[in-house]
Unconditional design. Sequence first.
Length: 326
Amino acid sequence: MLPKLPLLGAVLASFALNCAATPLTRCLGYPDDAKLAIVNADDVGMHPDLDRAAFRLLDEGKIQDLSLMVPAPHFAAAAAEVRQRHKAVGLHLTLTDEWQEDYGWGAVLPREQVPSLYNPEGRLWGSIEELAAHADIDDVRRELLAQIQKARDAGLTITHLDTHMVFWRIRNDFINLYLSLPKLTGIPVVLQLLWHPVAQQLPLSRGEQLRGNVVADSYIMQYNPEIRPQNLEVRYDGYDFAVRDLPPGLHQFAIHPAEDTPDARQRIGDIMLRLSDFQVWEGPDIHRLMKEKGIQTTDYQRLQALQEAINRQPRNCLNETPAVSR
C-alpha cells in the first residue's frame, strides 16, 4: 500500500480556497449533477503482456485512456501501437524502477546529464524514498521535460500527465514542480490523491482547479495486492463499491491490467492484482453497474483542450464563482 504522507496534505490544503467554485463538469458542458468517469490503464510500455491487456480494453471501449512509461523497455513498441490507433494518450512520468535486476531501466537522459537520478547500478532508484534522498530538483525537471519531449518526438499526442509510484508526493519541491507542468507544457496533470477518500479529495481538487489546473475531481486507484483474490475464479469487487458511491463530478479510475502468461507471472511481482484488474474491466458487470448508476465516460482529450484554453485566459469557467441565489 502507498503511505499517507502528511507533507502533501499540508501543501495542498493551502490550495483549497473556495469549494463553491464552478465544478469541472459544468466547464465541460455537463449539468452540475453529472457523474463522469475516465478509466485509465497505467504502466503501458513496461511489459508486453501488460500492454496487450491495456490495448485490448481500449479497443473494446471498456477503458478510455492509457498512460505510457517513456523510460520503460517497451515504450517504442507501445508508442507504435498508439500511432496505429491514432489515439491521444497520457504519460506515466517515471523516476523510479522498483523491478531493478529483474526488469531494470534508467532515465531518458544519460547519467552524465542527470546523475542524481541514477543509483550505483546505473538504474533509476528503486523507491521514492531513495529518489527523495538523492534527487536534485534541476535533474528532476530536466528528466520530466525530456520524457515529454521524447513522447512528442515519437509522434504521440499527449493529453495528461500522471506519475509512476506517485513520486511527486514525497517532497515539497517535487509537488510544486509537478503542479507547474500544466502551465509549462499545456498538458493537465492528474492529482493522484488515492490515499484520501473521494469526499476528502473534492475540496483539494477544487482548490487546484481554481489555480488553473484542470484536474479531475477525484482519483481512484485500488493498488492493494495483499487483499486481491489469488484465484481468478473469485472476482474482485472493490471497484463495484467505488462505482456505487461515486458522487457527481469527474472521476478517474487508474487500473493496472495484464494478460496471463508464464513470463508475466515470472517477472511481475504483483501479477495477481493486474490479472484481477483485467478480469474486472474486461467483464460485463462493472460496465453494467456504471450504466445503472448513470455514470458517463469521457477522456482526457477534452480536459487537455480545456487546459490549453485556461492557460490562455486566466479568468475562466473554473475560477468563476456562481451567483448566490437569494
